[in-house]
Structures are given as C-alpha cells and as structure tokens.
Design a binder for this molecule. Structure first.
Ligand code: SF4
Length: 350
C-alpha cells in the first residue's frame, strides 16, 4: 500500500508561511588558536559571539559591518559551510546546526551562496555551460528539456545570452561573471540565498545593476536573501531589515527605514555618516563621525561594550558593563547604554 499523504490544513499552511524561513539563536563560532609542539589551545578567535535573528520568507536581511566583524563567518554558518561552536541554525523548521555534510546534501538545493569574488569563484577551465549546469549534475537532477536548455534559460534570466553557453569565464567582465555565479545558484530554485559581498569586487558603475538584478529575481522567484555587505549604501534599497555587526555581535537590528532614518547605535551612526549623500540639499545636514582606528582583534575583544575603544560617547559604564540588547522601538533592537535618537518613550538605559 502506498504512503498516505495528509494534506496540510489552511491553518497549518498559514502557520508555515508565518514561521521564519531561517533563524539563528545564540549562534557562536570560536576558532581555537593553538601553539607549541603539543598544539595546546592558547585562546580562541571569537568570530561570531552569540547572534539571535530570524529571516522571514521573501524578505531581505542585510548583515553589515567592517571587515573582521564576523559577517562572512555568519554567512558560512547559515549555509553550514561551517559548523557552529554553540547555538542553533534552524532552516525551514529543521535544526541544521550539526547535521553532517551528507545530511546537508539535499538541503543544498534550498540553500545557496553567492560568493564575493566572481574571478576566483568560477573555474577558468570550465565553460559557462558546465559551471551553471554543475548543480544539476551534483544533485543528480534532470531538468525537463535537458540541462542545456535549463542552463540557457538561466542565462537569459540573469541577463546573459544563451549563446554564452560554450564560452569561458575569462571572456566576461566582472559584472557578467557575477551574473554567471548567480545563474548557478538559481539552478535548483533555492529558497534561501546568502550573498557574501556580492558586488564589492565590482566596478561602482556595475554594482547597482547587479543589486537590481538580485531584487528582480527575488520578486520573480520568491527568494529570501541574507546579503552580507561592508557598505550600508550598497544594500540600502534592497534591504527589508538590517543587522549591524561589530566584533562578532549584532549591535543594532531593525527595519531598513528605521536603521537608516533613525540609527540608534553609535557604530551605525558612524557607518552612516561615512556614506556619501547624493542629494546636494541634504549634504552636510548629518553629523560627520569619524571612526578612529581599526576593529580590535576578535582574539581579545574589549570587555563590556566591545565598541567602547572607538566610541565617542563612551563612559565608564561602557567599559565595565555589557549593554543588553533592548527593543527601543517596535522591532528595533539596540545594544547600547546611551543610544542615539532614543525618543522620550525610550529613554537611554541609565
Ligand atoms: Fe558607545 Fe557606551 Fe553605547 Fe558602547 S554602550 S556604543 S561605548 S555609548
């Protein structure tokens, strides 16, 4: 007798649609540092140090911060290219934190990653057809109409010509190569795409085109994105929500309109003040905050508020007491004792 399939009720379907597609809870990744002949562990690089967030179906969450803040490691944890040291990653209702690579294999159809460098992420000895068709072969999927037709359709979808099928990566510009990489990620119609700095290696004039392409594809294919970026301006128009990371932690998370329009964490304020303002009438209105120095080493992060060594608002309390994450406006979470732009209803944590 065949298996009995029980169709989900409308209520169950609604609950599934409302449940986040992806969530991270207490997510950590510490890389041990070993020294000496016996390779004793002498410390740990705390690349990701306790992240909590969710990503809803069809939304774009951007993870933003300077290099060394842990955003790339986070992307690799979400796609399970890395295994977390602690905490959980839940995808589509399933805890994938510690599943084996073999168990991950079928899930790779649903979770894809776009890499930063379109020059090194494409094998120069393979044709575009082989590169974009690779997911079909790896997952042993035979698309209707055959691989060639499916690949050519994907090339058209990302704005390339089906005629490019037999060409090699070196024949393309950076923007076109990134389109090839995007076509490859779309082959198996994933639910989630984690894009690690998808445009930062590209010429500024090309960046907007690739970002617009990602936006169009999201609407067309019902995709959910986590976009990793070091520059807030690049993701401004595609983000539904933004999480700002500093030294392995999320310091501010909220709707894009709130984070850009009313940033509360001093680090976000500083990052935004470095973004050029295109409208000449608005230029010079915001306060310019210069961030001194580099991000401290995640091997030995500053105690209490990790941003205190670079924060112009730092007080004694910031050096001794870690600021809790508080929701200072609906859906707008901030970890700071003395936030900026906190309204009278949301007084600073004094
Ligand atoms: Fe600056 Fe203090 Fe807020 Fe940290 S807690 S961001 S040091 S004001």
């Amino acid at each position: 007798m065949g298996a009995v399939s029980i169709a989900a009720s409308p209520g169950e379907r609604a609950a599934e649609a409302a449940a986040p597609l992806l969530s991270a809870a207490g997510l950590q990744k510490h890389f041990p540092v070993r020294r000496g002949l016996l390779q004793r562990q002498v410390g740990a690089v705390r690349a990701v140090d306790g992240l909590d967030f969710t990503v809803h179906r069809g939304e774009t969450l951007s993870l933003v911060g300077e290099s060394g803040c842990g955003k790339t490691t986070t992307g690799r944890l979400l796609t399970r290219l890395l295994e977390p040291s602690a905490g959980t990653v839940t995808f589509d209702g399933r805890d994938i934190s510690h599943v084996s690579q073999r168990q991950m294999r079928p899930l790779r159809r649903d979770i894809q990653m776009i890499f930063q460098d379109p020059y090194s992420s494409l094998n120069p000895r393979h044709t575009v057809g082989t590169i974009v068709g690779a997911p079909f072969r790896i997952q042993r999927v035979e698309p209707t109409g055959g691989v060639r037709a499916a690949v050519q359709e994907l090339l058209e979808l990302v704005g390339l010509s089906p005629e490019h099928y037999n060409r090699y990566p070196h024949e393309f510009s950076g923007g076109q190569r990134q389109r090839i990489g995007i076509a490859r990620t779309l082959a198996l119609r994933p639910k989630l795409i984690v894009a690690d700095e998808p445009v930062s290696a590209l010429d500024v004039s090309i960046q907007a085109q690739v970002v617009n392409l990602l936006e169009d594809l999201q609407a067309e294919l019902d995709l959910t994105y986590v976009i990793i970026a070091h520059d807030l301006s690049v993701v401004r128009h595609v983000s539904d929500r933004v999480a700002v990371m500093y030294l392995g932690k999320i310091v501010e998370l909220g709707d894009a309109a709130a984070v850009y329009g009313r940033p509360m964490h001093p680090y976000t304020v500083a990052l935004l003040s470095a973004v050029p303002v295109p409208d000449p009438r608005r230029r010079g209105r915001g306060r310019r905050v210069r961030l001194a120095g580099d991000v401290p080493s995640p091997l030995n992060p500053p105690p209490a508020c990790r941003f205190h060594t670079r924060c112009w608002k730092a007080q004694d309390r910031c050096r001794t007491e870690e600021p809790p994450v508080r929701e200072l406006a609906p859906g707008h979470r901030v970890a700071c004792h003395f936030p900026e732009n906190a309204g009278p209803a949301d007084p600073p944590d004094r």
